[in-house]
Design a protein around this ligand. Structure first.
Ligand SMILES: [Zn+2]
Ligand SMILES: [Zn+2]
Length: 172
């Protein structure tokens, strides 16, 4: 099955993604922690052309990104409060999905080759970060869109240990 469906808790809003995501971002920023109510967001990104609503009419909440000052539009179910997806002024043409709303969690394959962990500087200290996967203390791109060199771990490490190594390397 190339595609997948997903939806909110009360099933008033349903969506479909036609094919696998272009990548998966595990984001540990404070926005993602608050938006998910969890330690971090697991966010597959789909091309907008591959994502469509098949039932219901989600409400939109506009969040202004603290980093870029640009808009993030969050789609959520008015009846049950589940957040389902978001679109970005900064990354036009991409739809990020709150992965917990996918009907089959096993459909989403997360490998070092298609994923990254970002905003490690605000991660919960006990969160285990996997080996071989690109890791970034903040964004993977600079504000003008240039790629930032990732950290690649040889063995899994706790986010708190990475944070202290990073702060030492900056002389703090
Ligand atoms: Zn709902
Ligand atoms: Zn985030």
């Amino acid at each position: 099955m190339p595609g997948i469906e997903g939806g909110c808790l009360c099933e008033a809003v349903r969506y479909e993604a036609a094919r696998k995501p272009t990548g998966v971002t595990m984001c540990h920023c404070t926005y993602c922690q608050r938006a998910t109510g969890a330690a971090y967001m697991v966010q597959p990104a789909f091309a907008a052309a591959d994502f469509r609503l098949i039932k219901g009419d989600p409400k939109r909440f506009t969040h202004i990104s603290a980093g870029s000052g640009m808009e993030i539009q969050v789609g959520f179910c008015e009846a049950c409060g589940t957040k389902l997806f978001q679109t970005f002024e900064r990354f036009e043409g991409a739809v990020g999905v709150f992965s917990g709303t996918l009907d089959d969690p096993g459909w989403l394959e997360i490998q070092p080759q298609n994923s990254k962990h970002i905003f490690l500087e605000t991660a919960r200290s006990e969160t285990l970060i996997p080996a071989d996967t690109p890791v970034f203390m903040q964004h993977a791109l600079s504000k003008d869109g240039q790629p930032i060199a990732p950290i690649i771990l040889k063995t899994p490490q706790k986010a708190g240990d990475l944070q202290s190594v990073f702060l030492r390397s900056r002389g703090k």
